[in-house]
Design a protein around this ligand. Structure first.
Ligand code: URA
Length: 243
């Protein structure tokens, strides 16, 4: 068993090696095209222990994790941020929403989903009979990518141990992964969101429902019906499973 700070360094290192190998392979460097299984193994190591893997009882709190994150400089996103957006909501939530990363408003306010997409997410949460205070909301990356671009794999790898630790601390029964980045990161796959959404995936005993991101729904409101179908499945499963 590797001690916590060393374990974190190890996960960070594994993520860096995977990124570097992928980069060299993309550049056409001979000998640097490892089989996808090897990249998959490195990617899994980079994520740290799967959510839920830690023993109940000996558990760190969200405050411990936030303290450990500190004034994070683990990737380049730190240079452009105003605030780290860690997460908000109920530390004992049964349902966690995971988005991609902070946008302009989130970066200014230090809270997740407080811009236009956030207002839509609030309406969705309330339509489910929940509130922003009854669920927990966080993102894959905690700092805003420049111009809201998609976070890069190295940035995701640097933040993933913290996301996994947040999930382990909250111990939700259900996670709603909002959009492709959240779904692919939590499920450790490259599959498109259209293939992943609409059904539960088991991640370390947590039932993960991928669905479309609210920002996508702002552009394509006709897809709201599909999101509602996905969330009805979450509501139904939550009503059945009461622990
Ligand atoms: N989009 C996200 O993925 N997360 C936020 O916090 C805001 C917008």
């Amino acid at each position: 068993m590797i001690a916590t700070p060393d374990r974190e360094r190890f996960h960070h290192l594994a993520g860096g090696i995977a990124d570097q190998l992928r980069f060299l392979a993309e550049c056409g460097c001979p000998g640097f095209d490892p089989p996808p299984e090897i990249l998959d193994i490195l990617k899994k190591w980079a994520g740290g222990p799967p959510p839920g893997a830690r023993r109940k009882g000996a558990q760190e709190t969200l405050d411990d994790i936030r303290r450990d994150l500190g004034d994070c400089r683990r990737c380049g996103l730190c240079t452009g941020r105003t605030c780290i957006v860690f997460g908000r909501g109920n530390p004992d939530a049964r349902l966690v929403f995971v988005g991609e990363g902070p946008g302009y408003e989130e970066d200014r306010q230090g809270a997740p989903f407080v811009g236009e997409a956030g207002r839509l997410l609030t309406r969705i949460i309330e339509a489910m009979g929940e509130t922003r205070d009854s669920v927990y909301i966080c993102n894959v990356v905690k700092c805003r990518p420049p111009d809201n671009r998609t976070p890069q794999s190295g940035e995701i790898a640097a933040c993933l141990p913290f996301l996994n630790r947040q999930i382990t601390a909250v111990r939700p029964a259900f996670i709603c992964a909002l959009g492709a980045v959240a779904a692919r990161t939590l499920l450790q796959t490259e599959a498109p969101i259209s293939e992943l959404r609409g059904r539960f995936h088991d991640v370390g005993g947590v039932r993960v429902m991928p669905t479309f991101h609210p920002a996508f729904l702002l552009r394509r409101p006709e897809r709201k019906r599909e999101v509602w179908e996905d969330l009805k499945k979450v509501m139904g499963a939550m009503a059945q499973k009461t622990d």
